[in-house]
Design a protein around this ligand. Structure first.
Ligand code: S3P
Ligand code: PEP
Length: 414
């Protein structure tokens, strides 16, 4: 439990590195024969889950301050991997481990056990991979190798499975054509293609509908620096806009991360935003309502609801349907829990309307969802009295130092 007290936010933080980029780099390291040094690494639980997966294949890992050295060849194929609560870990590694000709079980814990995996089946079967799951859920089992050269992916639930396929397929001997229907979170596929290109592997695509993957490509790079995380930055940037001021360091302004869009949203609502080299400064101002489609940047949704609660008028956020299969059913949790602290919300199909609201005291059940906890903590800055969260540790999934950074810039907690 943690009590969030009314406070004033002022100061500067450096964001943790992106777990999305870190996990992709770890997956690539599994398929590379080289010693790879990742710099500015992320220490959150999701990243640790991916590190544990490649350790199971015999990869040697040395963590040295902010860097990680990944060395050694694949020494054995495990019978089972465990991805903890990370959706990316499950969905990305399933196609990757399908490259190996052994039956491998994929398991996880907590919320991931309620997130669907059945949509992998038709694609993997087209590729000649054996697949079984537990009525659409984990544990699942794959039996590779990938034998065939053509498949169709349904991208409507998540882009993460396509990310894994794209990382895996250049490792095959033959070329592959992947057709994709209804792809969501396209920006995350741009991130995947960018990191693959940085490691020397190129893939062509036609409008995200058809991907042409040449086989026999090798990941060849020895050092890689993980970018700062825009998803984590968004909480503190919003805090600056609704309280006093903030400086967030460690951000790549030219990043492919979809959540970089927070800058444009803050500018649109009227916050004072200054973008420098690797730093963004935000100061409070009169804020006006906004309309934003969060379908392709779903992780911004909870903190955008909090921002909207401080904007004059009615804000509209699209992309409710994309929140169904996250760590919680996020739209439902946002509605139920944020209403308790006075945020006025209507849901109409894929659209959420949020009205300027007076934040009052209340008890929030985070449903063990890091993004609900962090967004609620930002709302609590301007609450009348205080907000209590049932679980403070859930932030560790993406942002281990969240509460330290929160206190550092003046956030009061007990
Ligand atoms: O590829 C990634 O790193 C991610 C993709 C998104 O998921 P979906 O593709 O399921 O929307 C995002 O919500 C998730 O937090 C991270
Ligand atoms: C949904 C998230 O991550 P994942 O899908 O990788 O569990 C998230 O970080 O908000």
């Amino acid at each position: 439990m943690i009590k969030i007290l009314r406070s004033k936010i002022n100061g500067s933080i450096t964001v943790p590195s992106s777990k999305s980029i870190m996990q992709r780099a770890i997956a690539i390291s599994l398929l590379s024969n080289r010693k790879i040094i990742l710099k500015n690494i992320s220490f959150c639980e999701d990243s640790n889950n991916s590190i544990n997966v490649i350790k199971k294949f015999g990869k040697k890992i040395i963590i040295d301050e902010n860097n990680i050295v990944i060395d050694g060849k694949i020494e054995g194929i495990p019978n089972e991997i465990n991805c903890g609560e990370s959706g990316l870990c499950v969905r990305m590694f399933t196609p990757i481990i399908s490259l190996f000709s052994k039956k491998i079980k994929v398991n996880g814990k907590g919320s991931i056990l309620k997130r669907p995996v059945g949509f992998f089946e038709s694609t993997l079967k087209e590729l000649g991979v054996g697949f079984k799951c537990n009525n659409n859920f984990l544990p699942l089992e794959v039996k590779g190798p990938i034998k065939f050269n053509k498949c169709l992916v349904d991208g409507s639930i998540s882009s993460q499975f396509l990310t894994g396929l794209l990382i895996a397929l250049p490792n095959k001997k033959n070329d592959t054509i992947v057709e994709v229907k209804n792809l969501k979170s396209k920006g995350y596929i741009d991130m995947t293609l960018k990191i693959m290109k940085d490691f020397g592997v190129n893939i062509l695509n036609e409008n995200y509908k058809k991907f042409f993957i040449n086989g026999n490509q090798k990941y060849k790079r020895d050092f890689y620096t993980i970018e700062g995380d825009w998803s984590s930055a968004a909480y503190f940037l919003v805090a600056g806009a609704i309280s006093e001021s903030i400086e967030v360091h460690g951000l790549n302004i030219n990043s492919k991360q979809p959540d970089k869009n927070i800058i444009n949203i803050l500018k649109e609502v009227g916050a004072n935003v200054e973008v420098g080299n690797e730093v963004v400064k935000v100061k409070k101002n009169e804020l006006r309502a906004f309309t934003y489609d969060s379908s392709d940047s779903p992780d911004l949704f909870p903190v955008l609801v909090v921002l909207a609660a401080f904007c004059e008028g009615k804000s509209i956020i699209y992309g409710v349907n994309r929140l169904l299969y996250k760590e919680s059913n996020r739209a439902k949790v946002i509605f139920e829990e944020f209403s308790k602290i006075g945020i006025k919300i209507n849901i109409d199909g894929n659209k959420m309307e949020v009205f300027k609201s007076e934040i009052k005291n209340g008890f929030i059940n985070t449903h063990n969802d890091h993004r609900i906890a962090m967004a609620a903590a930002i709302a609590g800055i301007n609450s009348n009295t205080n907000i209590i969260l049932d679980n403070k540790e859930c932030v560790n999934k993406s942002y281990k130092m969240f509460w330290d950074d929160y206190k550092k810039v003046g956030g009061k907690i007990e």
